[in-house]
Structure formats: C-alpha cells, structure tokens
Design a protein around this ligand. Sequence first.
Ligand SMILES: *Cc1c(COP(=O)(O)O)cnc(C)c1O
Length: 374
Amino acid sequence: MNDKPIYVTRPHLPPLEEFIPYLEQIWSNQILTNGGPFHQQLEAALCEYLGVKHISLFTNATIGLVTALQALRVSGEVITTPYSFVATSHALAWNGLTPVFVDIDPESMNIDPARIEAAITPRTTAILPVHCYGRPCDVDAIERIAEHFNLKVIYDAAHAFGVQSREGHSVLQHGDLSVLSFHATKVFNTFEGGAIVSPDLKTKQHIDRLKNFGYVDELTVAAPGINGKMSEVNAAFGLLQLRHLNEALLQRAALSQRYCERLADVSGIRIVDTAKAAKPNHAYFPILVEKEYPLERDELYAQLKAAGIHARRYFYPLITDFPMYRGLPSANSDNLPVANRLARQVICLPLYPTLQPSEVDRVADLIRQKGLLR
Ligand SMILES: *Cc1c(COP(=O)(O)O)cnc(C)c1O
C-alpha cells in the first residue's frame, strides 16, 4: 500500500510568512497576554463575522464550558446529551454537577426536546445541549421548555462556528450562553482556543473577570475565578485564520458535495445531512452504516484503516459508556436507545480544506466497492 494515509482531519494553516508580521508586532510591543491588542481585535472581528454582540475568548472550550456553568451559578442536575465529545459532561463534573442524560433525536442527532421534560427534577437547573456536527438544535423547543421550567441553557457550540439557523441568524444567539471551540481540529482554529458568546455586556464582563482569576481591578477579586485567558499568539493566529476562512469553508462544502454524489446510491450508507442549516459549516462528514450495507460499521472502519484511511467513529463510545458516567441512572442504555444505535452506526469520513478531490474519491470508492448499489 503506497497510497499516503488520509486522516479524518488536518489543521488549517495559512502560509507561515503571513504569520511572521503578527509575531514581530508581539515581540515589539511585548504584550503576550491579559487582553492585549490582538485579543481585543479578535473579539471584535469574531463578533462581526459571527453576527453576535459579545464574545469572550478562552484558552479552550472546556475551560469555557466550566466557566459558563460558574457564571450562571448552575447547581444540582443538568440535562445533557450522551452523543458528544466527553468534555461536554466533564465540564459538569468539574463543577460538581450531575449530568442527566436524555436521548437524541434520530434525525437531528441532537438532544430530543420531547424527552427533556421527563428528565426534569426539583434539582434541575440547566440544559447543556450540543449542536452536534454543527447542525443546529431545535432551539425554539428547548427555549420553550427552559422558560417554562425556569432553566438556564448553555449550548456546547464547539462544532457550530459560523452556522446560521433557518431564520438566517447565528445559531450562537440562542440560549443564555454558547461556547465555541477553536481547537486545532475544528473549522476555525487558534491552535488551542475557545470562546463564550454572551447576550449582554454585563454577562460578558462577569465572564471576563471569571477567566482572569476573578479580578475586577488591581485590588479587587470578586469571585473564585480561573485562568482561561487566550494568549496574544493564539489571538493573532485567529485574526490571520479568519482572513482565510471563507475559502476554507467553500473547499469543505465542495468536498462534502463530492462525497454526497459518490455515496448517494450505496445501499445501507445513510449520509447525515450536514447542509441543512441556512449556512452550514461542513465541519464533519458523518455517515451511518445501516443494516443493508454488507459490512458492519466496525468492519468498514477497519477496512478503511487497512487502506490508510483514518476515519473516526464520532461519537462512539458514548459519554455514558465511560466509567465516570456509566453508573448514573440516566446513563442506562434502555434510557438512550437512539444514541446507542447511532453510536454503533456512525463513521466520520476525512474532511478538511486541503483534502484532494481524488482522496475523496479514494474513500468513497472503497465504500462503494464493499457495498451494493441501489
Ligand atoms: C472539541 C469539543 C470540545 C472541547 O473543545 P476544546 O477546545 O478542545 O476544549 C467540547 N465539546 C465538543 C462537542 C467538542 O467537539
């Protein structure tokens, strides 16, 4: 096998020479962190790009989630999805909160609003949904439930950078707070990084203090804060990255379209429609391997791997399969049939801006060859 390996993702890196002037500026002004000029510029640029009013940059999304829960003083039990990256629940655990898992909707693969009410107890104070694969949650239904039961809503929007919902506005405008990830593997990256989107200035200021140890001014510490600050190097990289983002999103869209065309007639391969939002970001290309396909999901995964194609089974195992969560009553698989079924069917195929169309064909051809055409 002399074909070069294809990974599920590759970080998007602009030309190095374009980054040097930013570094020169940091070296000359000697401001490395603590809300420096690049940090301020990136917050302003992201507000504009994303169509939101207030954003607080973070060192990563996990600290962002931990801080968002602190900022809203969430306590007791929080309703969430098992079908996500483990950090979603870890952020609850780090706040001493109990995750209560609710099954997902088979179409959206996001938390099923119809099942939320039954999971509410007197200890419930919040809902932590995920816009999985950048596909918007049913934000209206979630909002109605939250209002009725007086619950906070924090969206784990790690996958949802730049996504606009059907109404044509940012999906980040929903809920009390939304948390983005700028990790190397995400659509928009600052190597490591993240952000919290706030609805008003007062909330943003509170969050900005919490991420800086709780400092209000030189002498005043108002809360037991954390260090969640993004450095100037990361913020500068974000500004550069933003200049190349539209091009990267177009490449993602074209490659997704190519997969769709090549896989459309393969029996038992269901393409998860990631283009549903008014403005999708094509962060992932998930497919479901259903029973009409001749191979089991894990067999297909292994065959891809043997051919040098490193797809990933996001999200398998479920969060509820990990030892620190599986003992919870809501983690029982009888409570989560849809999540358990889809976690056994899903594969995310390689997708990133510099993936070559010929590489998409290599992946799709293998899946076609092992399958039967409709
Ligand atoms: C990547 C991811 C996170 C964690 O983001 P970091 O910036 O790496 O901390 C949280 N939730 C989801 C759904 C993610 O995909």
